[in-house]
Design a protein around this ligand. Structure first.
Ligand SMILES: [Zn+2]
Length: 278
């Protein structure tokens, strides 16, 4: 998540600051400057020829007194030498974590700008609401805001073992039960329902851990622990092709392949493992 020292800005800041860090984003990811193997974000106003003062830029906020600017870059633009596009997932670990979080935020906000031009109610153009990221329909007054879709992701534990799930195409990697929160449902009810639907087991002692914005495209992953309470494994074949228990020793011995370090699933597993006796 953007760090506490990231100070958010709201529209409309005009004119935009002359200099700052650029989160320039196309369909494939974030445009970065490569210095041998080192990755950095373009900064200043003139470091990205052809993109200075892009008309669609927005000010996201500032970090360490440096403005953070985002702009959408057409896919067909030829990048200057020394620049390349890195997919948002692949960028993790290659720039400062605080900047990585802002890159995710930038991606979500540009997605919102791109997909919120027309009213979902009547089809007329939407116009920005001053001072907010929301937009309002000029014809019917319908308002819309950048979407955030809550999801739960749950580590189901039973003594020294953890319930992990597998989807087709995942190879040796297993993950945790996860799902979108439905209208009218609490996060805790969602945990119980998703675990039951995907794996057929009951859980109790549902406990919130922490959350993570997941900009693919706009989920908020809410991490939970839940204790196994009963039932036999019976997987939902529409979603999964396997679910099984892995012991702490299995995981310490590298079985199965764990989710990517970026994900809250991985962080939940690491957190659980750290609480287990050696
Ligand atoms: Zn409308």
């Amino acid at each position: 998540m953007p760090a506490p020292d990231f100070k958010r800005a709201y529209p409309s800041h005009q004119p935009l600051p002359e200099t700052g860090l650029w989160f320039a984003i196309n369909q494939h990811g974030v445009i970065v400057a490569m210095n041998s193997d080192e990755v950095c974000l373009p900064s200043g106003a003139s470091h990205l020829p052809g993109l200075e003062r892009p008309s669609n830029a927005i000010l996201l906020g500032e970090i360490d007194a440096t403005a953070c600017l985002a702009c959408a870059v057409p896919d067909d633009i030829a990048l200057p030498e020394g620049y390349r596009t890195i997919g948002l997932r692949d960028l993790y670990g290659r720039i400062d974590d605080r900047l990585y979080a802002i890159a995710g935020y930038a991606t979500q906000m540009l997605h919102w700008q791109r997909t919120s031009n027309y009213c979902a109610n009547c089809g007329a153009p939407l116009a920005p609401i001053p001072g907010e990221w929301g937009k309002r329909c000029l014809r019917c007054g319908f308002t819309a805001y950048p979407p955030v879709s809550p999801c739960t992701i749950t580590l189901v534990h039973d003594g020294d073992r953890v319930l992990m799930t597998h989807k087709p195409g995942w190879g040796t990697r297993y993950g945790l039960v996860a799902g979108f929160v439905e209208p009218g449902e609490t996060l805790e009810q969602n945990v119980e329902r998703e675990v039951m639907e995907e794996t057929g087991v009951e859980v109790c002692d549902v406990r919130y851990w922490r959350s993570q914005p997941w900009p693919f495209p706009h989920q908020l992953m809410c991490g939970f622990y839940a204790r196994y309470a009963g039932g036999e494994l019976r997987i939902d074949n529409d979603e999964l092709d396997d679910a099984r228990w892995f012991t702490r020793d299995d995981i310490r011995n590298g079985r199965p392949t764990l989710p990517a370090p970026l994900s809250i699933a991985r962080q939940l597993i690491e957190d659980w493992l750290a609480q287990q006796p050696r």
